[in-house]
Design a protein around this ligand. Structure first.
Ligand SMILES: [Zn+2]
Ligand SMILES: [Zn+2]
Length: 158
């Protein structure tokens, strides 16, 4: 795959020099929000809205919380990190914090290991998805998934 190495990406998106293998939290305190918005071509408020903010009452799970079905689509939403949400809004499937098989959890942080093995467990390097992750052969979302996807888009893009 033609892409930058994870440690290089962490160096670009971190506000200050950091150990790329320690990584950064996905917060405005540690992430260069303006750089990320400009690089991805998305509104600044969409990036800010996708991370915990000081004073917010929203609970965030400190560990990666994922839907295996979304992972098989090459997708993870910050909505999965909301502590009060027991199920994936797209699939209605229970969210996991531990990968089945190895039982490992991962902190919800951006680091070189995560970026070098997207959608895979940092411990065993196996996929978080039940099947392999594919961007090309995605199953169509169920009806509820399409509605939820539109609601998530509105939440961040207005
Ligand atoms: Zn899902
Ligand atoms: Zn694992």
């Amino acid at each position: 795959m033609n892409r930058l190495a994870g440690h290089v990406v962490v160096g670009h998106i971190a506000k200050r020099p950091v150990d790329p293998y320690e990584g950064i939290s996905a917060t405005p305190a540690e992430l260069d929000v303006r750089y990320v918005a400009r690089t991805l071509g998305v509104p600044l408020r969409a990036v800010r809205g996708a991370m915990p903010r000081p004073g917010s009452t929203r609970q965030w799970c400190p560990h990666l919380r994922f839907c295996p079905r979304c992972m098989s689509r090459g997708y993870h939403s910050v909505v999965h990190q909301f502590g009060y949400e027991p199920q994936c809004p797209l699939h209605g499937y229970g969210l996991d914090t531990a990968r089945r098989g190895c039982g490992a959890t991962s902190k919800y942080r951006i680091d070189a290991r995560l970026l070098d093995a997207p959608f895979r467990c940092a411990q065993c390097r196996r996929s978080y998805a039940h099947s392999s992750t594919s961007f090309l052969h995605r199953r169509p979302l169920p009806k509820r998934g399409k509605r939820a996807s539109d609601a998530i888009r509105r939440m961040f893009y207005g």
